[in-house]
Structure formats: structure tokens, C-alpha cells
Design a protein around this ligand. Structure first.
Ligand code: KAF
Ligand code: ZN
Length: 651
């Protein structure tokens, strides 16, 4: 509470010394990137310096309240966080009023113009007070509902309340990855989707309305348009579609191969050999990563698997040790190590004594020194990779620490997501895993190579359509093209069309299956991960080139390469001070300014050839892929087959 009143004083203090007409004046909204008529560039610079100081303090205060809540879900912590968030919104509004009083678009200094561009967008704080409170409350309720969802134990026939205590992490994640019992998987999938999605459907609809209203007040078409503006790329959607079309042939091959293996395991009565794959059989609640079913699918099962979970457990790995390895890797590139107090302040495993938000995240407390990770880490290969992902966010924070607060962001959100994953592409190479003692020595032969590339495909290629469709769906919900009455139908149309995944039980508009994925109730955009999965291979290739590596991209490990580290640092240190095409240009040494699927395709080229041969006799694609297929077959039945049959019967 002490701190909160401190914030109020701070907000008032910020505006002393500015012309009176700025305060209290109603500025017209509904235009993007507003500006006013104050042409004094020196005053503008003073404003920015002042803003940076004050905003860092307010931001630190809000982050601390969010951290307290996310690592200890209690009513008191919730209350404090909500108060802090409302204060923050007030602060943003005041800042926005001042920023948009300047005629910043005509300033000479491009960095000043860019900072003002950021500050001229108010975001959801543009809503009237009661609507803003309503939206904040809804967001809180959706997030809490997701975080606290628990389901019953499948094995108990008549469960009592106390038997319904299984959370997503670690219990359900473990069942989805380990169980090969069709009915147990089905039960778990359905119970989670019903319990997490259904209760928030109505709240989600209201959240869509309010977010759209805020977006429109900021001059955007809708909330999706606002989200896409983070990429500063006019043909963003077209670029994404092209990227997806370049990757689709490889996805088709992987899908066909995996479907065949699953048919072998579960039988044709459970899986249509030419249809979409039931969503609960791929080792992951959302079928977004398939690495947990390598036991059923590995190309050469008699040879080496790179699943290092067993080795990690056998060697007594702990969460801290995993994060230390990631830290060492960055240090080996001459990049930065995390500060000492990172280790005390972070939450690296799930505490037993309290409720927490388990979904992993990396935190910047806006004071240039306090950075933390929150992750309910289990000793598995999956979490080993996630730990590197989160440490990538931290490395980004460390690299852009000298930028002003407005630029302490990724070149675009996809960049922030790509750093740790790009490093993982080196860490996870068999030669690196051998070097750190997680993999036994084995011959470097074709079969082992293919097992490795296949594993990577089950992580990276399997993810692509999911990473693409989630926000394609949300964008259409925000734009109204998908109405609130057909949220679930449209969701499954996309899941079938892009992923070739079908609902394992009948779903209706009672359900809300998109809500079963963390980022939906949490209002976190998702296209950043699709972008990241493309960019991380561009980053990997660029670092391998810088390291002087020659050979196939999938075998490259940049460990200890100072040149690779220098290149990566040069891009990360920019934060968002330059538009992302410029960041890509620096990264690729002037070769391109665009997202490019060529490196990921090059990486997987040998896998593509192997899969093409394997699938020579198998069908590719799935019924319903083009949306029309199912409807067409019904149409054919009604217009052609039925008349013939009836003529046959009646004549
Ligand atoms: C990524 C990589 C491998 C597999 C799958 C993914 C996609 C996605 C998923 O579906 O699990 N991954 C994550 O959600 C990892 C969490 C995070 O690091 O991306 C986290 C998500 C988050 C959590 C709370 C608030 C906002 C976002 N993002 C960050 O911690 C983050 C984001 C931007 C800048 C700095 C940190
Ligand atoms: Zn992330």
C-alpha cells in the first residue's frame, strides 16, 4: 500500500512543468499514432528522459505485484495486483496525453520519432474507467480459472471431490505424454478441454467486445489489427501464408508417416488411415509438439534416440542445473551470464505449499538488474528445451539493458521467442549432448542422423500449423468473421484444415476448446511462435555462418564461438530501436530483410527425402483438409447417389 500511494505521487509529479493546455484536454481518438502541434523537439527529448525514469519505477511496481500473484495465488495478492494495474493504466493515460501533444512526426531525430510512435498508442487504457475495470476483471477471472483447473483421476471409478485434484502441470502433461491407453488419453483430453475451456466461453465473448472497443479507440480496425501492428510489416498476413505454403509439403509428409505409425499402434477402427488424426494421440494436450510419441514413431528404433530424459534423471539433474547449462552456453559465446540474484529470486520448480501459475515465463522488472524465470520445471528433455527458451528471453533482457525503456522489447515479438530456441538448435545436436555427457558415444551414421532429424521434425515441423492457426482463428473472432455462436465449429475447421487433427469426441457450441490453451484465456498473442519457428532457423544459420561452420545445418553447434555470439548480441542489443526488417538485415549480413523459410527447409532437407521414400505408397493429406471435402461428400450423396438408389427401389 505504501508503494501504491508512492505511485500516485509519481504520476502527478510527472506532469509538472508542462503546458497547462495539455492536461485535461480531450484529445480525439480513433486515429492511429496521434500527434499534436507542439514542435519543440528539445522539450520532447526532456519529456522522454523524464518518462523513462518515472515509467521504470511504475513498471517495476506493477511487475512486482504481478510476480507476487503469479508465484502465490491468493486473494490479497490478486487485490494488490489489480490496484497496481489500474494505477498503471492511469499513468499510461497521462503519458499518452503528453506524448500526443507533440508534433513528433516532424521531428528530425528518427529515434525520438520512433519512441513517440510507441507512446502515442494508449492500448486498453483508452477505455472508459468502468469498462477498463470490467476488462481487467474478466482477464483476471479467465486466467485464474485456467490456472486453477483440475480434473478427476481416470482410474477411480466413482470419484469423490478429493479425487478431482489433477492439475495440468505436471499430472496431465505426464499422462498425455506417457500413456498409450486410448481411453485414458481420451478421458484426460476431454476432461481438460471441458473443465478449462467451457467455463470461460461467455467471459471470452465479452473480452472480445471490450478489446475491440479499446482497439478502435486507438484507431485500429479491431484487436487483431492492433496485435498485428507489432510486426510493422504491411503484407504480414501474406508473408505468413507464403511461409506456411512453403512448409506444408514437409508437414504433409510428417503427418502421413506419423498417422501410419499410430494406425499400427491403435488400429484402423480407432484411426482413419486417410483422415485427420484424433487430437489426443500425439503426446501433447494440444497436439502441438509430437516428441513424446517417439517410442511409436522413431525411424530406426534399434538405433540411438536423442531423448535424454532418462540420462538426466539417472545423473540426478535438478532444475537449477538445467538453467545453469543454458547460462553457460550463452557465456561460452561471450554473451552475458545472469546476475547472481537471478538464482535466489527465480521460481525454477513448482512449490508444494501454494498455488502458482505454472506456465513458464521470463520476467524483466524494468530496473536494469532484476530478471527472473518462473517455471514448474520437471527433469525431462521437454523442459530442458523450455528452460533454454526462457533463458533466451533473459539473454535478450541482458543485451538491451542500455536501451531506454520504450525500446526494451524484441525487434518484434517473434524475435523474443526465437533466441533461446535458436540456441537449443546447437545444444540439442547429438555431438553437443555427447560432449556434456547426456548421450552415449555412437556412430555418426545415416540412421542416427535420421533419428535425430526426425525428432527435431516432431518438435518443429509438427508445431507449424498450430502456431499458424491459433491466431488466424483469433483474428477472425476479433474481426467478427467468426461469430460468437460458432467459436468452436470454426476452431475445429481450422484444426482439421491446417493440422489434420480431429476432435476425438463430438464437440458442440457448449464447448470452447480454444480456451483450453493457456494463451487464449491469458490474452497472449500466439503468431509470435510461428514467426519464431521460422526466424530461429535464420538465426541458427546466420550464427553458424559467423562461426565459420561448414556442413549440414542440422549438425552445426556454435558452442564457444565468439563470432556467433557477437552477431547475435549485435541484433539483441538493439531491442526494438530499429524496425524488425532492419534487424533481419543485420543478422543476415544484408542478404534479406524478410522472414524466410529457406533455412528451416534446408535444415530438414534430408528428412524430407527420407519421408518421401517412406510415404511413397501412403496417402498424403486427410479428408476434410480443404473444408469442402466433407461437405462435398454429403453433397454427392444427396444429389447423385440417393436419386440413383431411390430410382432403383421405386422402379
Ligand atoms: C514455444 C517453444 C517451443 C514449443 C512451444 C512454444 C510455444 C509456447 C507454448 O505453447 O508453450 N511457448 C510458451 O508459451 C513459452 C512461454 C513464454 O516464454 O513464451 C512466455 C509466455 C508468456 C507468459 C506470460 C505472459 C506473457 C507471455 N513468454 C515470456 O515469458 C516472454 C514474452 C515476451 C518477452 C519476454 C518474455
Ligand atoms: Zn517465450
Amino acid at each position: 500500500m505504501m508503494k501504491l500511494s508512492g505511485t500516485i505521487i509519481l504520476v502527478t509529479f510527472l506532469f509538472l512543468g508542462y503546458p497547462k493546455d495539455v492536461q485535461g484536454r480531450r484529445r480525439s481518438l480513433n486515429h492511429k499514432y496521434l500527434q499534436g502541434n507542439n514542435t519543440d523537439e528539445a522539450a520532447a527529448l526532456r519529456f522522454l528522459v523524464d518518462y523513462d525514469k518515472k515509467a521504470s519505477v511504475v513498471c517495476n511496481f506493477v511487475m512486482s505485484s504481478q510476480w507476487n500473484y503469479n508465484t502465490n495465488i491468493t486473494d490479497v495478492n490478486r487485490q494488490q495486483m489489480q490496484e497496481a494495474q489500474l494505477e498503471y493504466a492511469k499513468f499510461q493515460k497521462e503519458v499518452w496525453k503528453l506524448a500526443t501533444s507533440f508534433a513528433w512526426k516532424n521531428f528530425r531525430d528518427s529515434s525520438i520519432r520512433r519512441q513517440f510512435k510507441v507512446l502515442s498508442v494508449l492500448g486498453r487504457a483508452a477505455l472508459e474507467d468502468d469498462k477498463l475495470s470490467e476488462l481487467q476483471k474478466l482477464l483476471g477471472e479467465m486466467r485464474d480459472s485456467y490456472a486453477q483447473t483440475k480434473i478427476c483421476d481416470y482410474k477411480i471409478e466413482k470419484p469423490k471431490r478429493s479425487d478431482c485434484n489433477l492439475p495440468l502441470e505436471p499430472d496431465l502433461t505426464r499422462i498425455m505424454s506417457k500413456s498409450r491407453d486410448f481411453d485414458e488419453l481420451l478421458f484426460t483430453w476431454k476432461a481438460w478441454h471441458d473443465a478449462s475451456g467451457q467455463p470461460i466461453r461467455e467471459k471470452f465473448n465479452r473480452y472480445v467486445e471490450l478489446s475491440n472497443e479499446a482497439a478502435s479507440l486507438n484507431g485500429f480496425k479491431d484487436h487483431g489489427d492492433y496485435w498485428r501492428s507489432a510486426y510493422d510489416t504491411p503484407d504480414f498476413e501474406e508473408q505468413l501464408e507464403n511461409l506456411w505454403y512453403s512448409l506444408r509439403p514437409l508437414y504433409h509428409q510428417l503427418h502421413a508417416y506419423v498417422r501410419r505409425k499410430l494406425v499400427q499402434e491403435y488400429g484402423e477402427d480407432k484411426i482413419d488411415p486417410a483422415g485427420p488424426i484424433p487430437a489426443h494421440l500425439l503426446g501433447n494436450m494440444w497436439a502441438q509438439s509430437w516428441t513424446n510419441i517417439l517410442d511409436l514413431t522413431l525411424p530406426f528404433p534399434e538405433k540411438q534416440s536423442i531423448d535424454v530424459t532418462e540420462a538426466m534423471v539417472a545423473q540426478g539433474y535438478t532444475p537449477s542445473r538445467i538453467f545453469k547449462m543454458a547460462d553457460d552456453f550463452f557465456a561460452s559465446l561471450g554473451m552475458k551470464s545472469v546476475p547472481e540474484d537471478f538464482w535466489e529470486k527465480s521460481m525454477l520448480w513448482k512449490p508444494e505449499d501454494r498455488d502458482v501459475v505454472c506456465h513458464a515465463s521470463a520476467w524483466d522488472f524494468c530496473d536494469r538488474g532484476d530478471f527472473r524465470i518462473k517455471q514448474c520445471t520437471e527433469v525431462t528433455m521437454e523442459d530442458f528445451v523450455t528452460a533454454h527458451h526462457e533463458m533466451g528471453h533473459i539473454q535478450y533482457y541482458l543485451q538491451y539493458v542500455d536501451q531506454p525503456l520504450v525500446f526494451r522489447e524484441g525487434a518484434n515479438p517473434g524475435f523474443h521467442e526465437a533466441v533461446g530456441d535458436a540456441i537449443s538448435l546447437s545444444v540439442i545436436t547429438p555431438s553437443h549432448l555427447r560432449q556434456v555427457g547426456l548421450l552415449n558415444k555412437a556412430e555418426d551414421d545415416y540412421e542416427n542422423d535420421m533419428n535425430f532429424l526426425f525428432t527435431m521434425g516432431m518438435e518443429k515441423i509438427a508445431f507449424m500449423p498450430f502456431g499458424y492457426l491459433l491466431d488466424k482463428w483469433r483474428w477472425k473472432v476479433f474481426s467478427g468473421e467468426i461469430s460468437s455462436e460458432r467459436l468452436n465449429e470454426a476452431w475445429w475447421d481450422y484444426r482439421i484444415k491446417y493440422q489434420g487433427i480431429s476432435p476425438p469426441v463430438n464437440r458442440t457450441e457448449e464447448n470452447f476448446d480454444a480456451g483450453a490453451k493457456y494463451h487464449v484465456p491469458s490474452n497472449i498473442p500466439y503468431i509470435r511462435y510461428f514467426v519464431s519457428f521460422v526466424l530461429q532457423f535464420q538465426l541458427h544459420q546466420a550464427m553458424c555462418d559467423a562461426a565459420g561452420y561448414e556442413g549440414p545445418l542440422y549438425k552445426c553447434d556454435v558452442y564457444k564461438s565468439k563470432e556467433a555470439g557477437r552477431l547475435l548480441s549485435s541484433v539483441l542489443a538493439l531491442g526494438s530501436a530499429k524496425p524488425s526488417p532492419e534487424a533481419i538485415r543485420i543478422l543476415t549480413n544484408g542478404r534479406t530483410t524478410k522472414m524466410d523459410a529457406a533455412p528451416i527447409l534446408e535444415y530438414f532437407e534430408p528428412l524430407m527425402r527420407w519421408l518421401e521414400e517412406e510415404n511413397a505408397e501412403s496417402p498424403l493429406g486427410w479428408r476434410g483438409e480443404n473444408g469442402a471435402d466433407v461437405k462435398t461428400s454429403i453433397g454427392v450423396l444427396i444429389t447423385i447417389v440417393l436419386p440413383i438408389i431411390s430410382r432403383f427401389i421405386f422402379e
